[in-house]
Design a protein. Structure first.
Ligand code: MG
Length: 388
């Protein structure tokens, strides 16, 4: 790898993307920005490009191409537009590592391209692993690519495993904050609004992941992500609710010893570690203060109220394209909930029904995943239209 490491950020204007740029801004000797991509936020993309002077940028929404092109032409920054360009730009020879912070399924194809081009991956897009974890991990092995987790729980596990890579894992324990509705019953959840669901107690994140956190689907997706990242069986992945979000996750080894990684909830730490591994770089992020957290609490997740987590475990047990269906249906229902078309609890009902109606494939190819994603989206959309 070159020094400084040359980074492509897919989704640079979102929550993870902007925090990645904060990390890079503080470490100009260690990292340089080679590529930035954004879907719609042309203004922020332009501002970022003028500051970090990447080799190229891509704006996903093609109608904004002219605007970005005109703004960046004087600086000699290459400008491309469209989903295909995002998938192609990651192959540039000058890139060392691709940080994938796209939202949802859209991360899959660019990640496949990046792996095939031999780029290291800093994975912030968990849905890529949920949809096609088996193919992604096989490709990464074939092309000698490492996938460094950015998701805070998976980064915690990865950090616990440093120096332990030869020691078998007995199980891992993913911590969950429980979100804004922890402890609530189904009666209460029937009428909650998107404004309530968008208020996460500990983490400030994008809309999709915040709704996923409130519904516990985020933890379900993370269980599946963990299976592929760490090569585990479903029985080896536990979830514990930990409202303070200080312990980011734990690994239990065969001797019964548990290792945990702790800290204030701050995504810049896992982002920085994914980019700097195996080194740790100095930071001025706020430090943990024990006097402010006299106790840390733990409880079992409520799988009957928050059915999404159970649906995710079921999809993982079924295997094949079932997790891909789960993810596609979830993206549709979250969007419908955010547009006030369906209620909070109905999200799980529609996901379950859509998964029954989509054709199961035990050993899917990449094309099968692409078709499954399309088909489950159509089915879920039809189901929602029928009731509204
Ligand atoms: Mg997470």
């Amino acid at each position: 790898m070159s020094n400084p490491k040359s980074v492509a950020i897919l989704g640079s204007t979102g929550s993870i993307g902007t925090q990645t740029l904060e990390v890079i801004r503080q470490h100009p000797e260690d990292f340089q920005v080679e590529v930035l991509t954004a879907q719609n936020n042309a203004d922020l993309l332009i501002t970022q490009a003028l500051e970090f002077l990447p080799n190229a940028v891509v704006i996903g929404n093609e109608s904004l191409y002219q605007k970005v092109k005109e703004a960046l032409d004087p600086k000699d920054i290459k400008v491309f537009a469209g989903a295909k360009a995002i998938a192609q730009v990651v192959e540039m020879g000058t890139i060392d590592v691709v940080l994938t912070a796209l939202v949802g399924y859209s991360g899959l194809i660019p990640t496949v391209h990046a792996i095939k081009a031999g780029k290291q991956i800093a994975l912030a897009n968990k849905e890529t692993m949920v949809v096609a974890g088996e193919i992604i991990t096989a490709l990464a092995k074939e092309y000698g690519v490492n996938i460094y987790p950015v998701d805070s729980e998976h980064s915690a596990i990865f950090q616990c495993l440093v120096g332990e890579f030869h020691n078998p894992i007995e199980k891992i324990i993913l911590t969950a904050s429980g979100g804004p509705f922890r402890g609530k019953n189904r009666e209460f959840l029937k009428t909650v609004t998107k404004a309530q669901a968008l208020k996460h107690p500990n983490w400030d994140m994008g809309a999709k992941i915040t709704i996923d956190s409130a519904s516990m689907m985020n933890k379900g997706l993370e269980v599946i992500e963990a299976k592929w990242l760490f090569g585990l069986k479903k029985e080896q992945i536990e979830v514990v609710v930990h409202p303070q979000s200080i312990i980011h996750s734990l690994v239990q080894f065969e001797d019964g010893s548990l290792k945990a990684q702790l800290g204030l909830p701050d995504m810049r730490i896992p982002i920085q570690f994914a980019l700097s591994f195996p080194d740790r770089l100095k930071s001025d992020f706020e430090r943990f203060d024990f006097s402010r957290y006299p106790s840390l609490n733990f409880e079992a997740p409520d799988l009957e109220t928050f059915r999404n987590l159970q649906l995710a475990y079921d999809a993982l047990a079924k295997g094949g394209n079932a997790p891909c269906m789960l993810n596609a249906a979830n993206e549709i229902v979250v969007d419908a909930f955010l547009h006030d078309k369906i209620g909070f609890l109905e999200m799980s009902d529609f996901i379950e029904e859509a998964m029954v109606k989509t054709k199961f494939i035990a050993q899917p190819s990449l094309d099968d995943y692409i078709l499954t994603d399309e088909r489950t989206r159509e089915i879920t959309t039809e189901l929602i239209q029928k009731v509204s």
